[in-house]
Design a protein around this ligand. Sequence first.
Ligand SMILES: CC(C)(COP(=O)(O)OP(=O)(O)OC[C@H]1O[C@@H](n2cnc3c(N)ncnc32)[C@H](O)[C@@H]1OP(=O)(O)O)[C@@H](O)C(=O)NCCC(=O)NCCS
Length: 187
Amino acid sequence: MIDKVPKQRQRAAATRDGTLLRVRPEEEADRLAIQTVNRAAFETSAEATLVDVLRAKPSAVASLVADIDGQVVGHIMFSAVTFAEQPAARVVGLAPMAVSPENQRAGVGSALVREGLKLCKQLGYQAVVVLGYPEFYPRFGFVPASRYAIRCEYDAPDDAFMIVELQPHALRSLHGLVRYDEAFASV
Ligand SMILES: CC(C)(COP(=O)(O)OP(=O)(O)OC[C@H]1O[C@@H](n2cnc3c(N)ncnc32)[C@H](O)[C@@H]1OP(=O)(O)O)[C@@H](O)C(=O)NCCC(=O)NCCS
């Protein structure tokens, strides 16, 4: 699935200190670097393994990297989620996402989220869900999913499971239990 994302899609965005950052779809040659970034950012290698498993699954939608001078410093992945009561829903989950520790808090993660949301919108998805920091995601338009009676299959504090609509009024028609690809159960 992720191979359907146009390879020529490349965007530049400046980080907070003015360094030029490029956000682009992952290529085969990036895979080791993506593993390295995920291993460095998370406490265990579970997320790095998840990326490798998800990439090969039909649920994988997009995998983007952030690079500075050709070096991968961040990664974000999107995969289709399902709504238990609404089989026709076209919604993706943002996860995992990682920035190498030495490059964190410089705008890399934000650039990845912004480009990822644009791409998912272009691909026709209705909304994106995320289970993550309530301090971070609202700046991109995410709101607590509970506002729309949308729940996560995993236990999470109310404000940590969030959703953003990509198409006007998409949230009016979505509700119920959200399930991630079964690969997430191992994280
Ligand atoms: C979360 C993460 C992807 C953000 O990437 P980033 O490049 O540092 O993000 P940006 O510089 O664009 O934005 C920084 C914001 O991220 C949020 N953030 C980063 N680390 C955080 C943490 N440990 N706890 C809570 N919020 C955090 C803050 O809101 C921060 O804003 P501030 O600098 O104004 O306080 C990155 O810190 C990371 O890889 N963390 C470890 C892996 C991880 O936890 N991933 C899951 C994300 S839900």
